[in-house]
Design a protein around this ligand. Structure first.
Ligand code: SF4
Length: 477
């Protein structure tokens, strides 16, 4: 083990739990993609449009008719928020006019009809996720309507995961009960930071007591899984303040925690221009906050899943990691097998067969296409055999933390060592740095390598090797 790592608390299996030191984090803090897809969304292009996506749906319908398809994952994007958080990089529309939601659901219903026209109705769905924006911007009646729409379109598989992102400022105990009655079994709370000063600096005030009360209520209602999203690197955050938030969140025992890095890109994301740059933590503090937060969650008994995710040892995600059954989709890590994804709503991304398709990013453009009776896809990607091979390799590293050369060779009819000779040379460099172990039959991440998994995955990202635009991405960890 690399001497720059430090041992933390005892792990679930009784072994030492390793977390990276400031020095290691600094050394591998390169800009890189998060690999929720491969190729990454910035590679999508306009040569792939509505007609290509319609064909992909029809192709799935054809194979599905023979009973040969895995269930679907369905994502619905609700873009509205009542007020803007200054760190926001999401696709959203800030409005207090709740009547806009009704008009949006009308269009969403028409888009669903268009997609189902090619795909066929009543295909099985094992995962349904409402994201945004703020899905809880919708009233109870609007959520009822949306779920009825989805249940008419898809056959929800027994035990399907139904999840929704919760803005604690827009939800009451009664609303949580309503969500439970509608069939939601997973909640994701947007917390970001409990420190009042940080909350003021990012224009998102939600007292800790409010979140705590809602989480208690969610537990009483017996939601299967509760996730909390946090961000490090926010203005006015200090190592001491983030350590307090980490301890407060860990004490609430959410099943899963996502800890994202704030990327300050005010040129790209307008709300970020309202962040006072001088209040952002410096590089040394950012690194220290991250290493401290990782060590903190491990000490509180959480398991590091990969990238930005932690889970309690008996959570399905932690179990899947131990069993090598993790998967990855646009929401991050998942326990669901690699299924096709139907994205609905403005800016949503679908993944069907060997294609990705993205809807129009602005509301007027999205509404205009659907009103004309056209699928609102504006760009996408059709994967070549080489892309599919690299996707297998990258997702294998991201999810299983290992690659078996022979399995890849058999699935893709290549000679791994010959095909990936330059990549293996780069892996040897990472082996020297303690991130991977290379053997005659495969490659495996070390304990510390898991913290830098995307730096390892980037070795196999073909466009990235010649790309000079790495600064578009957030930091590796
Ligand atoms: S962070 Fe979430 S709630 Fe805040 S403005 Fe962005 S999408 Fe809306």
């Amino acid at each position: 083990m690399d001497g720059h790592a430090r041992a933390g608390a005892a792990g679930a299996a009784g072994g030492a739990v390793w977390s990276p030191s400031d020095e290691l984090l600094r050394r591998f803090d390169l800009a890189g993609p998060r690999y929720t897809s491969y190729p990454t969304a910035d590679r999508f292009n306009e040569a792939f449009g509505a007609e290509q996506y319609r064909q992909a749906l029809a192709q799935r319908a054809h194979v599905g008719g023979a009973g040969g398809q895995l269930p679907l994952s369905v994502y619905v994007h609700i873009p509205f928020c009542e007020s803007v958080c200054y760190y926001c990089a999401c696709n959203k529309v800030i409005t207090r006019h709740h009547e806009r939601a009704t008009a949006y659901l009308d269009i969403l219903e028409r888009e669903l009809d268009l997609q189902l026209g090619a795909l066929g109705r009543r295909q099985a769905a094992s995962q349904v996720h409402l994201g945004g924006g703020t899905p809880t911007f919708l009233s109870d009646a609007e959520l009822d309507r949306l779920m009825q729409m989805l249940r008419r379109g898809f056959e929800f598989a027994p035990g399907a995961e139904c999840s929704i992102e919760i803005d604690p400022r827009t939800v009451t105990a009664q609303r949580l009960a309503h969500l439970k009655a509608l069939g939601f079994n997973r909640l994701s709370f947007g917390v970001q930071d409990f420190d009042p000063d940080v909350q003021k600096a990012v224009h998102r005030i939600q007292p800790q007591e409010q979140v705590e009360a809602l989480m208690r209520e969610a537990r009483a209602l017996d939601f299967e899984s509760i996730n909390v999203d946090l961000i490090h690197g926010l203005p006015r955050q200090t190592p001491a303040s983030l350590a307090r938030t980490v301890a407060q969140v860990a004490a609430l025992r959410p099943d899963r925690i996502a800890l994202y890095a704030y990327a300050h890109l005010p040129q790209r994301f307008k709300p970020q221009r309202r962040i006072v740059a001088a209040e952002l933590p410096g590089a040394a503090d950012r690194v220290h906050m991250l290493s401290q937060a990782i060590a903190g969650f491990l000490a509180h008994g959480y398991v590091y899943i990969g990238m930005d995710h932690f889970a309690l040892p008996d959570d399905a995600l932690a179990v899947a990691k131990r069993q090598g059954r993790l998967h990855r989709n646009f929401q991050g890590y998942s326990t669901q097998p690699d299924c096709d994804l139907i994205g609905l709503g403005v800016s949503s991304i679908s993944k069907v067969g060997a294609t990705y398709a993205q809807n129009a990013k602005t509301l007027p453009e999205y509404i205009d296409s659907v009103t004309r009776g056209e699928l609102p896809v504006v760009r996408g990607f059709a994967l070549s055999r080489e892309d599919l091979l690299r996707r297998t390799v990258i997702m294998g590293l991201m999810c299983q933390g290992r690659l078996d050369f022979e399995a890849v060779e058999l699935a893709h009819l290549i000679d791994f060592r010959q095909h990936f000779a330059p990549e293996l040379e780069r892996l040897a460099e990472l082996e020297a740095k303690g991130l991977v172990k290379l053997g005659p039959d495969g490659v495996e991440l070390t304990d510390i390598g898991w913290y830098f998994v995307r730096a390892v995955a980037m070795v196999f990202d073909l466009p990235l090797q010649t790309d000079r635009a790495r600064e578009r991405y957030s930091r590796v960890i």
